[in-house]
Design a protein around this ligand. Structure first.
Ligand code: COA
Length: 243
């Protein structure tokens, strides 16, 4: 191991945050399970088709990840990412824009095309899997587009309210929207942009919010480029589990 990294490597590795789920890259063999999860968690308009899922896997196979139950092998969660320009959020208005923008050769930014989960352990495993790889590849920021599932009800109760007021509204220091609260608790706390007609989502009145998370430990960028992925994993796993 690179000597400069010794200070980051505790003597004994702690157990992983959750051993119930294992993450790995997705393949075409996972398509039936992916479709099943899509239709459980998204409605018919929102759910990706088999062709779309296949294309996501083919286009960025390293960024198509699934988390599976360690006992049964059942798919628990999926995550599809793609590289985008660092300032993509200025020109992209809709979710579709974000998925179609050219993928630059070099960038420090990833966009989450989709995160879908039926078990929180799956989401934990997905991110534990992606962080070391993102560090090795020099990606520093991940963006996700969140729906605002509480917006429609809030607007009914506040007919003169502005969407911005809802997005930034907090109760006891946390966003009042349940999904913003959820993402905030998982490190996606930075609200970068509010997008109208982002994605068909009735309860969100089709609004979406682009959220950003900095890849944990990416502040040591050049160090990760200098060592193998196996070393990055070994060094970061116990630290990331603490974040
Ligand atoms: C958002 C999602 C990925 C979270 O998955 P998860 O880590 O397994 O977590 P859960 O679904 O158990 O939700 C965790 C908590 O956040 C809340 N939450 C998350 N999304 C919510 C939503 N859209 N509406 C209301 N509450 C939501 C849940 O109520 C839950 O609260 P609880 O712990 O008090 O029960 C999953 O709910 C999902 O696939 N949703 C549909 C697709 C989606 O919206 N994806 C994100 C946009 S890309």
């Amino acid at each position: 191991m690179n000597h400069a990294l010794h200070f980051l490597s505790p003597a004994k590795a702690r157990p992983r945050a959750d051993e119930r789920a294992r993450a790995r890259r997705l393949t075409h063999r996972d398509l039936p399970a992916l479709l099943d999860l899509e239709h459980e968690k998204w409605n018919d308009v929102q759910a990706a088709s088999q062709e779309q899922l296949r294309e996501r896997i083919d286009t960025h196979p390293d960024l198509a990840i699934g988390a599976f139950c360690a006992q049964s092998g059942r798919l628990l969660a999926s995550l599809f990412l793609r590289p985008v320009a660092d300032d993509f959020h200025r020109s992209a208005h809709t979710w579709e824009d974000c998925t179609l923008l050219p993928a630059p050769r070099t960038t420090s930014t990833l966009f989450g095309i989709s995160l879908t989960s039926r078990d929180q352990a799956g989401v934990l495993a997905l991110f534990e899997f992606i962080w070391p790889y993102a560090l090795k590849r020099g990606w520093r920021h991940i963006y996700l587009g969140s729906p605002l599932p509480g917006l429609r009800d809030w607007m009914d109760a506040h007919p003169k309210g502005r969407v911005e007021n809802y997005v930034y509204a907090q109760r006891r220091g946390l966003p009042i929207d349940p999904q913003l609260r959820y993402y905030g608790s998982r490190g996606f706390a930075k609200i970068v942009s509010i997008k109208r007609n982002y994605f068909p989502h009735e309860r969100s009145l089709d609004y979406g919010v682009l959220l950003r998370r900095t890849v944990p430990l990416s502040v040591f960028g050049p160090l990760w480029a200098a060592v193998s992925l196996a070393t990055v994993k070994r060094v970061t796993r116990p630290l990331i589990a603490l974040l």
